[in-house]
Structures are given as C-alpha cells and as structure tokens.
Design a protein around this ligand. Structure first.
Ligand code: C2E
Ligand code: CA
Ligand code: CA
Ligand code: CA
Length: 279
C-alpha cells in the first residue's frame, strides 16, 4: 500500500471530497476578499462594429488572494452565488464600476455605456432596485449609461420576480442586455418575455465562425431576428479578423473581444481613453 502512496495521493487530490474541501476553503477566503481589498474591477471595451469607436465597457470582477493567487471569476462567482456572498460582492462591483464610469464621464464626456453582470441570486433579492437606485444616486452616473447583463441561463420560472425586476430597472432608466444568448434552453422565450434592449451573442457561436456553417447560420439569424424585434446586438469573444469581417458583413452592431482589447485594470483603461477614443 505504501508503494502506491504517490498514485493514491494524486487520486485523492482530484477526488470529489477534496474538490469540495477546496470549495469550502475558497468560500471561507471569499468572505474576507471584499473587506481585505482583494477584489478589483477590470474593464473590457465594447466597440461600434462599423467605426470601431469605443462605445462602452463591461465590468469584470477579479480576485487576487495573497497566497492563492489569481482566482478566475468562472471559479469563484459560482461559489459566491452558492454562499449568497454574490449579493454584497455584486453591489461592490456595481458601486465601484459606476463611480469609475462617472469619473471617466467627467474627464472625457464620451457617454460610454457601462455593462455590469447581475447574477440570478441578485435578481431574486427584494432590495435589488433600492441597491441600484442607491448606487446611481451616490455616484451620479446617468442611469442611461448603466446596462445590466442578465445571463440567459437563468430560468424565468425559477426567478419569480425576474420580469418585474427587469421592468423596475427600466423604470430607473437603466438598460438590459441578455448575456450568453443562444446557450440556454429558452432563448426565444427570453426574447419574448424580457424587456431587453440588447442581446449578446455568446462566444461559443462566435468562435465557430469560419468553422461551422450551422453556427454561422445561427449568428446570422440571431442578428436579423434581434433587429426585427428592435433590439441591438453585440457579439462577444471576437478574437480574429475573420470573426470581425463576418459580423460586420451581417450587420452586428457592436463587438467585444481580445481582437480589440482584453479586460484592463482601471488605470490602463484610462490610458486607452486618454490616448484615443478609437482603438
Ligand atoms: P461573461 O459575462 O460572459 O463575460 C465574458 C467573459 O469572456 C469574460 O471572462 C471575458 O474576460 C472573456 N472574454 C472577453 N473577450 C474574450 C475573447 O475574445 N475570447 C475569450 N475566450 N474570452 C473573452 P471572465 O472575466 O473570466 O468572466 C467569466 C464570467 O464570470 C463572466 O462571463 C460572468 O459570467 C462572470 N462574472 C465576471 N464578473 C462578474 C461580476 O461582477 N458579477 C457576476 N455576477 N458575474 C461576473
Ligand atoms: Ca457579461
Ligand atoms: Ca457572456
Ligand atoms: Ca458567461
């Protein structure tokens, strides 16, 4: 048994119990992340497809733990959702990003839109509208500049006041975007029932431009359908010229992706704005 110690250890490392222990550890550290100043907001530009002018930015949270290092939001956001911490983390991200957007507005006056992700857990909170209204009041950001991104993986049925909350956000003057469009089981239902201003074509479709004709057809049809319904369309995960050419040819309104810029810390984003509004 001793001889196999190393192998056993490797198996033990990836066992579900061990993975769960890791989650428990991360969750307990996450509880202090905001208070300890370990969270940052990065900003990724969103550009007009025709002119490539920057028209907005998406706020993306980052967690740098002093010992554990960078932890991806793909890992810690689900843990924050399970533990309910997403409510305070989400409010922190929104306040930080709105304050920053207001600062950029005062400095550059570009009227840039700010996209902030909302999790299903936040959308179930009875205080959501008060929180958003409070952040807008506190930061003085024009509500028209704030766009809440709601992922399509949220079930309309599982979040009873989803539709009401989104209407409430509209009444505050905010915009709504449907994130990850096309990946859920109920894309069309979403489009029909939710008061959305914009849809974000998921990167899994964009990635297959030039590779999979079916996915190309879906992208083309999604843009056309959205336009007929008077919704704007942004594609995410635009990485190469071929994606850009296809999306432009098919009249996608806006683009976001590494081809233009990675998510940047606020100081780098500020430099980008200072240098040029054009990328
Ligand atoms: P998302 O909302 O779909 O955000 C887009 C993700 O794609 C971001 O990953 C972004 O960095 C990445 N991305 C942007 N351009 C490209 C590209 O050209 N190629 C590829 N491969 N990826 C690209 P990130 O920052 O790791 O965030 C992952 C997810 O974590 C987000 O997906 C969102 O669901 C969640 N998330 C991030 N920040 C927040 C937040 O403040 N609140 C909530 N609730 N969720 C957040
Ligand atoms: Ca998003
Ligand atoms: Ca997305
Ligand atoms: Ca996503």
């Amino acid at each position: 048994a001793k001889r196999q110690g190393r192998n056993n250890f490797q198996i033990y490392q990836i066992s579900p119990e061990r993975a769960q222990q890791h989650d428990v550890l991360l969750k307990s550290r996450l509880r202090h992340a905001e208070g300890n100043g370990e969270l940052r907001v990065f900003y990724q530009p969103q550009v007009d497809a025709a002119s490539e002018d920057i028209v907005g930015m998406e706020a993306l949270v980052r967690w740098e733990h002093p010992e554990l290092g960078q932890i991806s939001p793909g890992v810690f956001i689900p843990l924050a959702e399970e533990s309910g911490l997403i409510v305070s983390i989400g409010a922190w991200v929104m306040r930080t990003a709105c304050r920053q957007a207001r600062e950029w507005e005062d400095k550059y006056g570009l009227g840039l839109r700010l996209g902030v992700n909302l999790s299903a857990v936040q959308l179930m909170e009875p205080d959501l509208l008060d929180t958003v209204a409070g952040v807008l009041r506190e930061t003085g950001l024009n509500p028209r500049q704030l766009e809440l991104e709601v992922t399509e993986s949220i079930s309309i049925k599982a979040v009873p006041n989803l539709v009401e909350n989104l209407h409430g956000l509209h009444r505050l003057g905010c915009r709504i975007a449907i994130d990850d469009f096309g990946t859920g089981a109920a894309s069309l239902d979403y489009l029909r029932k939710l008061p959305a201003d914009r849809i974000k074509i998921d990167q899994s479709f964009v990635r297959n431009i030039g590779i999979d004709p079916d996915d190309e057809a879906i992208v083309r049809a999604t843009i056309e359908m959205a336009h007929r319904l008077k919704r704007a369309v942004i594609a995410e995960g635009v990485e190469i010229e071929q994606h850009l050419a296809f999306l432009r040819a098919n009249h996608c309104d806006e683009l976001q992706g590494y081809l233009f810029c990675r998510p940047l810390p606020h100081a780098s984003f500020d430099r980008l704005l200072a240098e040029r509004q054009r990328l």
